[in-house]
Design a protein around this ligand. Sequence first.
Ligand SMILES: NC(=O)c1ccc[n+]([C@@H]2O[C@H](COP(=O)([O-])OP(=O)(O)OC[C@H]3O[C@@H](n4cnc5c(N)ncnc54)[C@H](OP(=O)(O)O)[C@@H]3O)[C@@H](O)[C@H]2O)c1
Length: 327
Amino acid sequence: MDYRKLGSTGIKISPFVLGTMQMGWRVDEEESFKIMDKALELGINCFDTADIYSRWAENSYAGKTEEIIGRWLKDRGTREDLILATKARGQMSTDVNDQGLSRRHLRQALAGSLKRLKTKWIDLYQIHSFDSETTIEETLQTLTNFVDQGKVNYIGASNIHPWMLLESFWVSDKRGYAKFETVQPPYSIVRRSLVEYQMQHVIEKYNMGVIPYSPLAGGFLTDRYAKDEPLPDTPRSEGAQKRYFTEKRWKIHATVKDIAEAKEATMPQIALAWILSKKFISGPIIGANSVEQLVENVGALEINLDKDDLAWLDEVSDWKEEYELIK
Ligand SMILES: NC(=O)c1ccc[n+]([C@@H]2O[C@H](COP(=O)([O-])OP(=O)(O)OC[C@H]3O[C@@H](n4cnc5c(N)ncnc54)[C@H](OP(=O)(O)O)[C@@H]3O)[C@@H](O)[C@H]2O)c1
């Protein structure tokens, strides 16, 4: 595998990051172990999780996914082989203070993640999203302490606005705090503008690492979805319908399908190969539900999209007409 530098950090990650959000509810522990084994065998050296996973699911709770990963790390003895990324911010219990980016909560959150993951350190500790009730100074100072204590190697931010990132850089510089090195936004061929409008400029100017999530739009970019057909039987299909069922996105879906057929590839492989062609992306986070899906998705590395394919995909998914851009 062709490992890439993670922004301006000194570490390298595989071109795909393994997502784990599905582990503990959609995928049981046994299959989760098989997926992690296969990912490592395929050369994927970076896993992404979050303390909150999988609180939303029936018969599950916040922290369950990290517990599964922790048992796997211990059982396989693989901690040293991995770049482990997790996140904090979400509501972990009914306690009003057991959420957010306050010093109190972050200390509690990190202690919980380290315990569940059975590790002494986190490679990339990310804020899951911003917290408008806590100052960025308080958050960054707390995260800097974690780095100083050797419990965290790098810090990153998910679901954050570009102006917030810039403000955080200013505070980090001014106070000598650790700096957000990575971002984790949603990004796919059917959801480009959030990243490409403004955020991409910040990413490139500050040489940030980028590990985008939902590269298959939560499963929409597969042939299980078809226009005017019944929804597929998956817990995510109603969410996909609400977010992605528009005329324009069906056109993108059809284009991905046509190119997949012409190349004897699958739709996920084409959608992922398109993301891999974007040089500012470090590695998309893939959320496979089975070993078969994982192997299929990693097969995107073998797909060669030529200039015409890329131009066609870029054109059908272009978003710039929706914005009045200041040149
Ligand atoms: N920071 C955040 O706020 C945030 C939010 C979401 C996710 N994430 C991270 O990003 C990871 C990936 O996100 P995601 O799950 O939304 O990614 P995704 O790749 O867009 O969607 C994954 C879904 O696509 C379907 N799928 C994947 N491979 C397939 C294949 N080969 N054939 C057919 N269907 C396939 C499965 O859908 P079905 O379940 O319908 O079978 C799977 O659940 C998560 O695991 C998590 O680590 C972060």
